[in-house]
Design a protein around this ligand. Structure first.
Ligand SMILES: Cc1cc2nc3c(=O)[nH]c(=O)nc-3n(C[C@H](O)[C@H](O)[C@H](O)COP(=O)(O)O)c2cc1C
Length: 192
């Protein structure tokens, strides 16, 4: 029989699921705890050692500042929107105590396909999710419209070639919703 060396990790990966930001509450991680997660997140396969990703840490009052930016951009496009709708946009990043934006810096390279750089950013997101969940928090990996809005990206300081791989919302789960259906292995596995 194969020896199971890390049953806790397998158990975490087997049961982890996202928890919506509205169900994520304080307290967030300490600076040391977050730095530990970011180091884990950056420890991913990375063809060519390009580190084609970086992080924006959005916590505390920064969540409101970025929220105001999101709302202003939304209101410029939808000036007729009522206060309730505007407040929804303003609070986009304010539910969980911490949001980490994973920024992909993938681009053309002489040897390393851009696709592989993009995949590496996805791995960064997932490592961050797993690290936070292993530490007893819960998370949601979201993008939403503002991850694709150039005005918002410019204001966040992203270069034109940079993209958001995900906003990872992290906090203590107030409740954990029931799981969604997961893919049937018969549908996705081909044995050659
Ligand atoms: C790159 C990426 C972006 C996503 N963006 C959104 C989003 O904007 N809105 C949303 O409702 N779900 C989004 N999702 C899906 C959520 O993560 C969703 O809740 C997910 O299916 C939960 O899966 P899990 O329980 O295995 O974490 C995104 C997922 C990925 C991988």
């Amino acid at each position: 029989m194969t020896e199971i060396r890390d049953a806790a990790t397998l158990d975490l990966l087997r049961r982890r699921r996202s928890v919506p930001p509205m169900l994520l509450s304080d307290p967030g991680p300490s600076v040391e705890e977050l730095d530990g997660w970011l180091a884990i997140a950056a420890r991913v396969p990375d063809h060519g050692k390009l580190a084609p990703w970086r992080f924006l840490v959005i916590e505390g009052e920064a969540r409101g500042r970025v929220g105001a930016l999101i709302e202003a951009t939304f209101s410029a496009d939808f000036p007729e929107a009522d206060e309730k709708r505007r407040a929804q946009e303003r609070q986009r990043l304010s539910h969980a105590p911490l949001v980490v934006a994973v920024v992909s810096r993938a681009g053309p390279h002489a040897k390393i396909p851009e696709w592989e750089q993009v995949l590496s950013a996805g791995a960064v997101c997932m490592n961050l999710v797993v690290a936070a969940n292993a530490a007893g928090y819960a998370s949601a990996w979201l993008t939403e419209w503002f991850a694709y809005d150039r005005r918002v990206l410019d204001a966040l300081g992203l270069d034109p070639a940079e993209r958001i791989a995900g906003f990872i919302h992290i906090g203590r789960p107030r409740e954990v919703p029931s799981d969604r259906p997961r893919p049937d292995l018969d549908q996705i596995v081909t044995r050659l």
